[in-house]
Design a protein around this ligand. Structure first.
Ligand code: CMP
Length: 230
C-alpha cells in the first residue's frame, strides 16, 4: 500500500452507496474519508483480523478470497466497478473479517472508519437499505454457488461460471459473447472449487464440443452455452 491523499471534492457523491448524500453531508464525509492506493498483490483486508474500516472501490480490481490449509485459494468474489464496497460485514456484526481481500491490479480505494460508516448509516436510512439490498444480492449469488457445488460436476460448474462471466462482461458478437481478458485457469479454478489441471481439461472439453473458442486471453462463449440450462 502506498499513498494517502485527501478525497477530491465531489467524489463521494459519485459512488453508489454514498451517492444519496446532500452536498453538506457529502462534504463532511469527504473530510473524514481517506483515499488509499494499493499495488497489485497487496492485502487490503485479512481474514480473521478485527475490522475497523469500510472500503469503496474507486479504481482497479480486487478479489475476495479464502485460503485452505494447503494454501489453495477459493475466490468468493471479484469487485471491479467503481462504487463496489467491501469490509462492511465486520463493521455490522462486530466479528473478525470473514475473508481476505487482495488487489489484483493497482487500485484506489476510499476508506471510511467504522464509526463514520455506522454514523452514516444511522443518518441515511436509504443508504442502509442500499447496503442491505447489496447483501441480499451477494447472498443470492452465494446460494447459487452452493447449489452449483452440490449439484453440478466440474464441467457443469465451469460452463455455469463462463456463462455468468460472459453475460456480465462479454462483448456481444454474432457468434456469442467474447471475454477479452478472461480469468486465468488458476483464477477459474479458485472460483469453481477445482484444481487448475481439472479446469484445463474441462476447458479443452468445452472447446472440443464447440461451446467455447479460446485464443490467448480472449474467450468466445458461444450462444449454445449462453442459452443452455445446467
Ligand atoms: P468483512 O468480513 O468485513 O471483510 C471481508 C469482506 O469480504 C466482507 O466484509 C465482505 O465485504 C466481502 N465478502 C465476504 N464474503 C463475500 C462474498 N461471498 N461475496 C462478496 N463479498 C464477500
Amino acid at each position: 500500500m502506498s499513498d494517502r491523499e485527501p478525497t477530491p471534492p465531489g467524489l463521494l457523491r459519485s459512488v453508489s452507496i454514498l451517492a444519496e448524500l446532500d452536498p453538506a453531508d457529502a462534504t463532511s464525509l469527504e473530510r473524514l474519508a481517506r483515499r488509499r492506493a494499493f499495488a497489485a498483490g497487496d492485502v487490503i483486508v485479512s481474514e480473521s483480523e478485527r475490522g475497523d474500516a469500510l472500503y469503496v472501490l474507486l479504481e482497479g480490481k480486487v478479489k475476495v478470497v479464502l485460503y485452505g490449509e494447503s494454501g489453495r485459494e477459493v475466490i468468493l468474489s471479484i469487485f471491479k466497478e467503481p462504487g463496489d464496497f467491501f469490509g462492511e460485514m465486520s463493521l455490522l456484526d462486530d466479528e473478525p473479517r470473514s475473508a481476505t481481500v487482495l488487489a489484483m491490479e493497482p487500485s484506489k480505494l476510499l476508506v471510511l472508519s467504522r464509526a463514520d460508516f455506522r454514523a452514516h448509516l444511522a443518518r441515511h436510512p436509504r443508504v442502509a437499505v442500499q447496503v442491505m439490498t447489496e447483501l441480499s444480492r451477494r447472498l443470492r449469488r452465494a446460494d447459487g454457488v452452493i447449489g452449483d457445488l452440490a449439484l453440478l460436476d466440474v464441467l457443469g460448474r465451469l460452463a455455469a461460471r463462463l456463462r455468468d462471466l460472459a453475460l456480465a462482461d462479454g462483448e456481444p458478437t454474432p457468434e456469442g459473447r467474447v471475454l477479452k481478458n478472461r480469468p486465468t485457469q488458476a483464477e477459474i479454478a479458485g472460483m469453481i472449487g477445482a484444481s487448475r489441471e481439472t479446469v484445463s481439461r474441462a476447458l479443452s472439453e468445452l472447446a472440443r464440443r464447440g461451446d467455447v473458442v479460446a485464443t490467448g486471453r480472449r474467450l468466445l462463449v458461444r450462444h449454445r452455452l449462453l442459452r443452455r440450462p445446467d
